[in-house]
Write a protein that binds this ligand. Structure first.
Ligand SMILES: NC(=O)c1ccc[n+]([C@@H]2O[C@H](COP(=O)([O-])OP(=O)(O)OC[C@H]3O[C@@H](n4cnc5c(N)ncnc54)[C@H](O)[C@@H]3O)[C@@H](O)[C@H]2O)c1
Length: 254
């Protein structure tokens, strides 16, 4: 398929994991990409892989928690590629893995909210300004999580942020539907990426336990989430907006 020929994608968190797989999937379907991340070396590798697939791609070093950096990254994308068709707001951090709320570090909590929630807001704000100014239809896909729908002990900041991403997605979908801008979230289950690497034996035991609860009895791949994001960003999803689209191996069906 070549669903994104002549389309420009602004994607955050493209250094590794789901973001890199999504960048490569867009590149293979003819898109031009601005890839924003704090991680320079890995994102340059993603850009090179996109170029190897025949796409135009550009790395813009950006901390999604900075309004100034996001605004200038969107402006640069438009200067470079002549417009903006799709925003994929995917950058995220995990925060602390197994701390109860009574002991959760406030500084870490605030940073997780800054990156995972405020970062999505800042990206959407800049992308929507650009899309409205161009008076062209567009699509935004935010990366929430199955933890944007359900709770889990030990991850207060992450879960609060991902629920917040669902709220932002629904509110903005209603605000911009009449302008032809569709806004959805992808909600991955347990996916094999650097974020979910087991750091120790206890982590590994938890991961093994989690996988046993998945009806498909395996973790998802970044490529499977990438395909869900491309679907939501494409005209194949032309009547879908305001959704948190679960890609979770059946977990939420239980
Ligand atoms: N892996 C999973 O099981 C899973 C499940 C549900 C949701 N998610 C979400 O998917 C998204 C991608 O995560 P992943 O699993 O691919 O992990 P990952 O760690 O491979 O990717 C996260 C990316 O975000 C970038 N990033 C971090 N802080 C940033 C900042 N301040 N500014 C710009 N970029 C920043 C990282 O450099 C990296 O490229 C995240 O939002 C994550 O919360 C992951």
């Amino acid at each position: 398929m070549n669903r994104f020929t002549n389309k420009t994608i602004f994607l955050t968190g493209g250094a590794t994991g789901i973001g890199r797989a999504t960048a490569l999937a867009f590149a293979s379907e003819g898109a031009s990409l601005a890839i924003c991340d704090v991680a320079e070396t890995e994102t340059q590798e993603t850009v090179q892989l996109c170029k190897n697939a025949g796409a135009n791609a550009l790395f813009i070093k950006t901390d999604v928690a900075s309004a100034d950096q996001i605004q200038s990254a969107v402006q640069r994308t438009i200067q470079e590629f002549g417009g903006l068709d799709v925003g994929v707001n995917n950058a995220g951090i995990e925060g602390t893995r197994d701390k109860g709320t009574h002991e959760y570090d406030e500084t870490i909590f605030r940073r997780v909210i800054d990156v995972n929630l405020t970062g999505v807001f800042l990206c959407m704000k800049a992308q929507l300004q650009a899309m409205l100014a161009a008076q062209k239809p567009g699509a935004i896909v935010n990366t929430s999580s199955i933890l944007g729908h359900f709770g889990m002990p030990g991850h207060a900041a992450y879960i609060a942020a991902k629920h917040g991403v669902m709220g932002l997605t629904r509110a903005a979908a209603l605000e911009y539907a009449r302008y032809g801008v569709r806004i959805n979230a992808v909600c991955p289950g347990w996916i094999e990426t650097p974020m979910t690497i087991a750091h120790n034996e206890k982590d590994q035991q938890l991961m093994d336990k989690l996988v046993k609860t998945v009806p498909m009895r395996r973790r998802g791949t970044p490529e499977e989430i990438a395909q869900t994001i491309l679907f939501l960003a494409s005209d194949h999803a032309s009547y879908i907006t305001g959704q948190g689209y679960l890609a979770d191996g059946g977990l939420a069906a239980m």
